[in-house]
Design a protein around this ligand. Sequence first.
Ligand code: C2E
Ligand code: CA
Ligand code: CA
Ligand code: CA
Length: 278
Amino acid sequence: EARDQKSSCMIYHPSMDEKAYRRLVLTNDLYRAIENKEFHVLYQPQIDTRTGKIIALEALLRWDHPKKGRISPAEFIPIAEETGLIISIGEWVIRKVCQQLRKWQDDGFAPMGVAVNLSTLQFYQENLAERVEGILKEAGISPFCLELEITESMTINIEQSREALLKLKKLGVSISIDDFGTGYSSLQYLKQLAIDRIKIDQSFIRGLVHDQQDDVIVTTFISITQKMNIDVIAEGVETIDQLSILQQKQCHQVQGYLFSPPLTPETLTQQYYEIQNK
Ligand code: C2E
Ligand code: CA
Ligand code: CA
Ligand code: CA
C-alpha cells in the first residue's frame, strides 16, 4: 500500500531528537488520516461591516490525531505537501465543503460562498479545473459558491498559472490571493490573472494601530484594489481599533477573532446561519 511504498526510507533511529521523531510519526500517520476520518473542516465567517452580515466562509482544515490530539495545519500541511498527500487531502477538503453546502441548501438556507485554501501542488495538477468541476457537479453545487485561495508564490509562473486559473474562472469559481503582501508583490498578476479578491495578510493588520508603515501599506493595498475593481478583505482582525481604521479606509470585508473563530458547521448553523439566512 501507499504508506509502505512511499515512506519505507523513514526508519526510526535512537539518535533522532524528539522533534524529528514526532515528524516521522505524523508523516506515517498522515497516510491513513482520511480513511480513519481524522480530518474535519471548520468554517470562519467573513463579515461585511456595513451590514454586519456574513458574506462568505473560509474552510480551515483540522487534524485530530488519535494519540497526539489536534495537530495544527501549520504543522501538517507542510508534511502533506512534502509527501504529495496534499493532492488527496486537498480534494477531500473541497468535496467535504461541497457536501456541507449541499446539506445547508437542503436544509433551506440561502446559498453561501466558501473559500478553500489551495496548495501550490494542487494548483500545478494538470486537471485541477476538471476535478473541481466534477466535485461541484457531484454535490450539485454552483461554482459561484466556491472561491479558491492561492498565495502569491503560486503566481510566479504567470503563463503556467494563467491557463489553470482561466479554466477555473470560466467554470465560475472565484480566485483570491491569500496572505497578500507577504510574497512576490508584482501587481501584474492581479490584472493578468483576473483575480477576484485579495486578502490582506494579518501581519499588516496587527501593526495597523501602532505602525505607520503598516498603515501606509494597508492604505495602498485598498486603494489599488479599488482602482482595479478587485474585492479586498482584511484577515486577522482582532480589535475594535483595527476595525475602525479599516472602516475609515473603506475596507468593509473583515475576518478575524473579533467576529468569530473558525466554527464547526453545527455551531455555525446554530449561532449565525440560522438567524441571517433563513
Ligand atoms: P491562512 O489561510 O492564512 O488562514 C488564516 C489563519 O489565521 C487560520 O489559522 C485561522 O484560524 C487564523 N485566524 C483567523 N482569525 C484570526 C485572528 O483574528 N487572529 C489570529 N492570530 N489568527 C486568526 P489555521 O486554521 O491554524 O490555519 C493555518 C494555515 O494552514 C492557513 O493559513 C492555511 O495556510 C493552512 N490551511 C488551513 N486549512 C488548509 C487547507 O484545507 N488546505 C491548505 N492547503 N492549507 C490549509
Ligand atoms: Ca487562507
Ligand atoms: Ca491568510
Ligand atoms: Ca497564512
